[in-house]
Design a protein around this ligand. Sequence first.
Ligand code: GLN
Length: 295
Amino acid sequence: MAEQPGTLLYYLKRSTEFLEKKEIPNPRVDAEWILADLLNLPRIKLYSQFEMPLSQKEIDLYRERIVERSKRKPVAYITGKKGFHQFEYLVSENVLIPRPETEELVDYLYKQRETLANEFPNGLEIWDLCSGSGCIGLSLSLLLKPNLVVLSDISEKAIETSKSNAEKYNLTNVKFYVSSLDKTLPSEMQFDVIVSNPPYIPESEKKDIMPDVLDYEPHLALFVSDIVSFHRDLFNSVKQRLKPGGWFLMETHPNYIQELETLAVSLGFVSTNRILDSSKKERFLFLKTESKSES
Ligand code: GLN
């Protein structure tokens, strides 16, 4: 049965066709996300509302947003939000859109919650370095109920976005610092667990990055000019800020992880482990500092 003009299904189909013509990879799914967000409905609910007529205002807004998507603007920047783990965070073009791999990093620590509780019986103090939207640190705050989470990012605008996300979830145990590495953190501050998804794409790979990312996401959050020297500074900051026996879990580039692991060992981290993501790539580097009993 052909859909009735003016109904939700009618506009959904026209939008899908338009995005398809513009070679957007998942046109129907994107058209659904954008419409669901506009109507403030869960995406699945669209399916029981196909016959609903759209108002002129809804039609105009939908058209505007579909045109944005046709120009490759990521759906998360159009809707202003992104689901992550069990949560949903506000995003803007000032922050990286949280990625599924990063959910795996959070999940890895969540699964270790009993070990964490045993190793750090007085409660956790966590630092999310290069925090962007705050997706890692805030999710850990919600999942692990630590005593303190520190978010730091070099971008003031990113910190503003992460503050909105902390407010959204009424998190009061979070501190924020605009900072290059640990430069502006109080000098005595140390942590049990440090997490980071720092920029890790070498500039030389820019040419392979799809326009949705390259034209819209903050380059500061994605690219590094010298991956080794950047990580040397980062590891040194982390090492200084980790308590004895502390954990550091970092997302990184599978092609460089081995070299970075060697670097970390040369800087004095005692235990290292490379962890696979769900596509079987070595994506996460897990480092520990010497515990008190070992020293
Ligand atoms: N921690 C944030 C994320 O994983 C931001 C990362 C970044 O800006 N490199 O999405």
